[in-house]
Design a protein around this ligand. Structure first.
Ligand code: SF4
Length: 415
């Protein structure tokens, strides 16, 4: 959809990227969409309904990419599917593993567009940061992706494909029994579901915080997240998904109504002048309007607080007065909020410096003293350029041959 104003999203590309071999890549499609494609290809409606359910389960619950491995599909149907469809993954251009366990991938779409994905392991969770666009229109001044032009929106397949690829690389598809119908040890459905959730997976959370503004690619992001949340497939709870926006106010209510995942706001400043500079979208949707949209966000509560991201920029937004103003604003709009303080990660030519550790600590203390959580995010993966947009930018300076060699080496290293 188009949003009127001076900074507009680009129109959506087709939902399925056409392939040279004429086959349709069904990754990212919902079960009814897979059913419809099967019907279009000539399968009768009843068969298509049953078979699409099985295929959906194999793809998203088991991570299978080969129709031949879908043993309950029927011997003739498997080659029939393989002639018409593929279950794709993004191409890996580069894969890096940081000494702190952070992983970063530079990925390429079927039409040659590069985008990034990062996995950040912690003690109690593993967070996958995924991209929603190639490049970005919004030009946030602290953000390296903001220096790139927007090429296009990612399709649902390219968004879901990131999650699938991360699961492949982390080796996290379930083995053993396929579903409850195959459980023979006397467990109830409830017990089976509980066991399934606590199977020690590394990838437990998703944040839409990579390249792009997710609310400027809303339809595709929504469709992709619905697939990711579908209980018959990846089954990730909406409480484990966070959508981060720079503040596309008219779309925030819609995001709440249609996907209702956790919300994070790239706030970064508490007055108009500074936020206009750091997050230029502020000229269109101001701070007060944005905070009101957050206050109205469905499901926001103390148990499910909105995260306000705040990048710490030396002598720009990091004074005691700024911290006090932030508290005042969050109170005024009665926000069930937490503040995430992010030490700025400079890149060559970036216009800002990071605040000193003492300043960041003082800023955090003022907010904590008012009863609002304001932890400082530990920088992760700095040795592999894990900040948004840095890998893509660096790779554009390398030759294709070098990239191919690196991809092979890194794949081997990641096992
Ligand atoms: S912070 Fe997000 S919205 Fe802003 S330029 Fe970077 S990618 Fe775009």
């Amino acid at each position: 959809m188009q949003i009127p104003g001076h900074i507009d999203p680009v129109p959506l590309p087709a939902k399925v990227t056409p392939r040279e071999d004429g086959k349709a890549d069904i990754i990212g499609l919902s079960q009814p969409e897979i059913r419809d494609l099967m019907i279009e290809a000539g399968l009768d409606a009843k068969q298509a309904k049953l078979r699409s359910k099985q295929v959906f389960h194999w793809i998203y619950h088991r991570g299978i990419t080969d129709f031949e491995a879908m043993t309950d599909l029927g011997k003739q149907l498997r080659p029939w599917m393989a002639e018409r469809f593929v279950i794709g993954r993004p191409e890996i251009v580069e894969a890096h593993l940081s000494e702190d366990g952070t992983r970063k991938w530079l990925l390429r779409s079927a039409d040659g567009q590069d985008y990034e994905m990062v996995f950040i392991p912690d003690d109690d969770r593993g967070t996958l940061c995924i991209s929603s666009q190639v490049g970005c229109t919004l030009n946030c001044r602290f953000c390296h992706t903001g220096t790139m032009r927007l090429v296009r929106n990612l399709t649902p397949g390219e968004i879901v494909g990131q999650v699938m690829l991360a699961r492949d690389d982390l080796g996290e598809w379930p083995r053993g029994v396929m579903d409850f119908a195959d459980v023979e040890d006397g467990r109830t459905q409830k017990e089976y579901n509980q066991d399934y959730k606590s199977d020690g997976r590394m990838l437990t959370n998703i944040v839409l915080m990579g390249m792009g503004e997710p609310l400027y690619n809303f339809d595709h992001v929504r469709d992709a997240m619905k697939v990711v949340m579908d209980g018959a497939g990846l089954a990730l709870s909406r409480r484990r998904i966070t959508l981060s926006t720079s503040g596309v106010v008219p779309m925030i209510a819609r995001a709440g109504e249609e996907i209702n995942v956790n919300l994070a706001i790239s706030l970064h400043a508490v007055n108009k002048e500074i936020r206009d500079e750091i997050v230029p979208l502020n000229k269109k949707y101001g701070i007060e309007e944005l905070l009101q949209a957050c206050a109205d966000y469905p499901g926001a509560s103390n148990a499910r607080r909105i995260t306000f991201e705040y990048v710490m920029l030396k002598d720009k937004n990091d004074s005691d007065e700024d911290a006090r103003e932030l508290v005042r604003l969050l109170r005024k709009y009665d926000q069930p909020a937490k503040v995430n303080l992010i030490p700025f990660n400079p890149w060559p030519g970036s216009p800002y410096e990071c605040s000193t550790p003492e300043r960041i600590k003082a800023f955090s203390s003022i907010i904590f003293a008012e009863g609002i959580s304001a932890p400082v995010r530990t920088p992760r993966g700095r040795d592999i350029m894990a900040a948004c947009g840095q890998l893509k930018s660096a790779s554009e300076k390398k030759s294709r041959a070098e990239l191919d060699r690196l991809a092979e080496e890194k794949q081997a290293a990641l096992g």
